[in-house]
Design a protein around this ligand. Structure first.
Ligand SMILES: Cc1cc2nc3c(=O)[nH]c(=O)nc-3n(C[C@H](O)[C@H](O)[C@H](O)COP(=O)(O)O)c2cc1C
Length: 165
C-alpha cells in the first residue's frame, strides 16, 4: 500500500517543467532514469524507443523559443519504424509510456522534464538527422526545476467513463 501511494503521489505531483536551474545532472543519474523508463510496456518486447543525446550545435539548430527552459540535458526520443500502421501506432504508444516513466523517475529524484513536440516538424527532423519511418515522440529538456507550475485541474474521470452492457 505504501509503495502504491508513492506512485500516485508522483503521478499527480509531476509537472511539465519549463524553467530549469543551470546545475548539471550527473550522466549516470539521467541514464538511470532512461534505464527505469525501459521497463515500459511494449508489444512483443520490441522496445521501440531510441534516444538521441542532443549536443550544443544540434540544440542551437532546433531553435526552441525558450531553449528548453535552459535545461542542462536535452534528449530526443524516437519511435522506430514498423511494417504496418497498427504496429507503428503501437510503437508510438510504448514510447509514450517510456517517456512518462522517464518523467516520473526524474521527478522522484527532485528533477523535472520539459516534453516538447518541436522535433516533429520536417525541418527539425532534418536537424536531428532522423531517418525515414521514425517518429520523434518528444524532445525532452531535463534538469532541476527553477519553477514548478501549478497543476492544471483535470476533468472528473467519471465524465470520461462509459459502461457497456
Ligand atoms: C505528446 C505531447 C507533446 C507535448 N508537446 C509540448 C510542447 O510542444 N510544448 C509544451 O509546452 N508542452 C508540451 N507538452 C506538455 C503538455 O503541455 C503538458 O503535459 C500539459 O500542459 C499538462 O501539464 P502537466 O504535464 O504539467 O500536468 C506535450 C505533452 C505531450 C504528451
Amino acid at each position: 500500500m505504501e509503495i502504491m501511494s508513492k506512485v500516485i503521489e508522483a503521478i499527480k505531483a509531476r509537472r511539465n517543467i519549463k524553467a530549469f536551474k543551470p546545475d548539471m545532472i550527473d550522466e549516470k543519474e539521467w541514464l538511470s532514469w532512461l534505464e527505469a523508463a525501459s521497463f515500459a510496456p511494449n508489444h512483443r518486447m520490441n522496445e521501440p524507443w531510441e534516444v538521441l543525446v542532443v549536443g550544443p550545435e544540434t540544440r542551437t539548430g532546433l531553435g526552441h523559443k525558450t531553449d528548453f527552459g535552459g535545461a542542462p540535458v536535452v534528449l530526443a526520443v524516437l519511435s522506430k519504424p514498423a511494417p504496418t500502421p497498427l504496429e507503428r501506432d503501437e510503437n508510438v504508444m510504448a514510447v509514450s509510456c517510456f517517456i512518462q516513466n522517464f518523467m516520473l523517475a526524474a521527478h522522484e529524484a527532485g528533477a523535472g522534464v520539459f516534453w516538447s513536440s518541436i522535433g516533429a516538424s520536417p525541418r527539425n527532423r532534418e536537424v536531428l538527422g532522423v531517418q525515414e519511418g521514425y517518429d520523434v515522440i518528444g524532445v525532452l529538456g531535463a534538469g532541476y526545476p527553477a519553477e514548478v507550475p501549478e497543476a492544471k485541474a483535470r476533468t472528473p474521470i467519471t465524465s470520461k467513463i462509459a459502461y457497456l452492457p
